[in-house]
Design a protein around this ligand. Structure first.
Ligand code: AMP
Length: 500
């Protein structure tokens, strides 16, 4: 199947050709015809599946073919949970729509509202916004929804997690029906079902990969240790396994800063991304990581959700997430689009319940591997027979060290995108040169390590189970049928944070 066969207009096809998007991804194959036909959509699709183009392309097509902009009005509204995602989605619209005479804009909190008010005066074809700021704009009469044709809720589950439920309800009340509504969510909880009640009309339900098997290509393992030893263990693993670029998840903002500080003191290029950081600093950190000026990006879940970072071989859960589903999102940063990746979790006794919840959700017991010298004094209790299976063969994996930014963005991107799956051996180190690497490279964990000479490295497990496609589809169907009211307003962390 080609994009042309989906009936997209020529200016879009030219933009896609320039981007070397040769073939629609599975979510695009399903979403584009449905959106072009004016249908509502309920899609279980995660970041990394190409979902943004899945809705942006047919929306741009329709906006070009039908109607014009009126002052103060917006024709398509895309609501997203965080500023980072807002920027990414906005960039996507501009990129895909660069040959079209349409007006795009992005609005989120934490920055002065006046320029946004001014920008809205002439009207917009596409506005990407976080719910809180959009509500502020609406209250100031800076925007009207009367010409709204299409509403997109992107990462709807995350918007609810961040406490935007009330803001969303107020926004929905101000929007005209009929309109086209497209809902994208990685998960379909009761709260999502409640929110979507009455929102979608006869939606087309699509799901691309069962939510808990999105991580098939990611090798996962964990190391039990004591909480206080984690920073030292992380550093030890970095050196021993000669990790290239690493995305590290830490529970708290303070924890993020502490780890970054320690890494910098060790001479490792590291940066942080969390909700307390001003927006320019967050974007700069992300950019430095993407262009390989920084080796380690340390992030909290909120800040890292939805980040489009391609071809990342290594994710580390320095702390386990408190919400089990975030584990799937975290490790989804690696192994994207068929590439292989590794995710290791450093787990202390306090986290055993979180571990059990993750294993229940994924339907897999994550294999444990003790690291000599870092064994836990406070034993991490076994969860469902952890590490009781046969041991995989010892490591023969070659690891490549990080050697800075010579290949820059291109090098980072070279290992990812829509490439076919690579065999489960050494992750492609994004083109980084390894001047010091000889033979098998690092000794890795040696006989104990997560090597990958065979298809499954020692101490690693390939997640292949979890909730199946049918079940996800059932959830989506149920969601359209509605449910109990829910969705707590917990605060407005990311959408309205500090200024950029
Ligand atoms: P998303 O899931 O929307 O965050 O997209 C993930 C990545 O896939 C982005 O970097 C897109 O540029 C890229 N992408 C989306 N669709 C395609 C396609 N059909 N071919 C190649 N790359 C794509």
């Amino acid at each position: 199947m080609t994009f042309a066969s989906l009936g997209l207009i020529d200016p879009l096809l030219r933009a896609l050709e320039a981007l070397a998007y040769n073939e629609p991804t599975p979510v695009q194959k399903q979403a584009i015809p449905a959106v072009l036909a004016g249908r509502d959509l309920m899609a279980a699709a995660q970041t990394g599946t190409g979902k943004t183009a899945g809705f942006a392309l047919p929306i741009l097509h329709r906006l070009t073919m039908e109607g014009v902009v009126a002052p103060l009005s917006v024709r398509c509204l895309v609501l997203v949970p965080t500023r980072e995602l807002a920027e990414q989605v906005y960039d996507s619209f501009r990129t895909y729509g660069r040959n079209l005479p349409l007006r795009y804009f992005v609005a989120y909190g934490g920055v002065p509202i006046e320029p946004q008010v001014n920008k809205l005066r002439k009207g917009l074809d596409v506005l990407v916004a976080t719910p809180g700021r959009l509500l502020d704009l609406l209250r100031q009469d800076a925007i009207q929804f009367k010409s709204l044709q299409t509403l997109v809720l992107d990462e709807a589950d995350r918007m609810l997690d961040l406490g935007f439920s009330h803001d969303l309800d107020l926004l929905f009340m101000a929007m005209p029906k009929p309109r086209q509504t497209l809902l994208f969510s990685a998960t379909f909880s009761d709260a999502i079902r409640a929110m979507t009640k009455g929102l979608l009309v006869d939606p087309v339900s699509i799901q691309v990969s069962p939510r808990n098997t999105a991580t098939k290509t990611v090798r996962q393992w964990l190391i039990p240790t004591d909480k206080k030893r984690k920073p030292e263990l992380f550093l030890h693993l970095m050196k021993k396994l000669r990790w290239g670029q690493v995305l590290v998840f830490v529970k708290t903002r303070k924890g993020v800063e502490q780890l970054v500080q320690m890494l910098l003191e060790e001479g490792i290029a590291a940066d942080a991304i969390h909700g307390d950081k001003p927006q320019p600093a967050r974007l700069r950190a992300l950019d430095r990581f993407k262009t390989a000026q920084v080796q380690v990006l340390v992030a909290t879940d909120v800040a890292a959700r939805g980040l489009d970072i391609e071809a990342l071989p290594q994710v580390v859960n320095f702390d386990l997430p408190t919400v089990a589903e975030d584990y799937i999102h975290r490790i989804g940063r690696t192994g994207r689009a068929g590439a292989t990746g590794e995710a290791v979790s450093l787990v202390c006794a306090d986290e055993v319940d979180l571990l059990a919840a993750i294993e229940k959700l994924t339907g897999q017991v994550i294999l444990r591997e003790e690291e000599p010298g870092f064994e836990a004094d406070h034993r991490v209790p076994a969860t469902g027979g952890a590490a009781s299976g046969p041991k995989p063969p010892p490591s023969t994996k070659k690891k490549r060290p990080f050697t800075g930014p010579p290949g820059g963005k291109a090098a980072l991107a070279a290992g990812g995108g829509q490439r076919p799956a690579t065999p489960a051996t050494a992750p492609k180190a994004s083109g980084f040169k390894a001047p010091g690497a000889k033979g098998s490279g690092a000794k890795g964990l040696g006989a104990k390590g997560p090597g990958a000479g065979a298809s499954v490295p020692r101490g690693a497990v390939v997640v292949a189970g979890g909730r199946g496609a049918k079940s996800v589809a059932r959830s989506a169907a149920k969601a359209s049928a509605g449910g109990a009211a829910g969705g707590q307003r917990k605060g407005k962390a990311a959408g309205r944070g500090p200024s950029r």
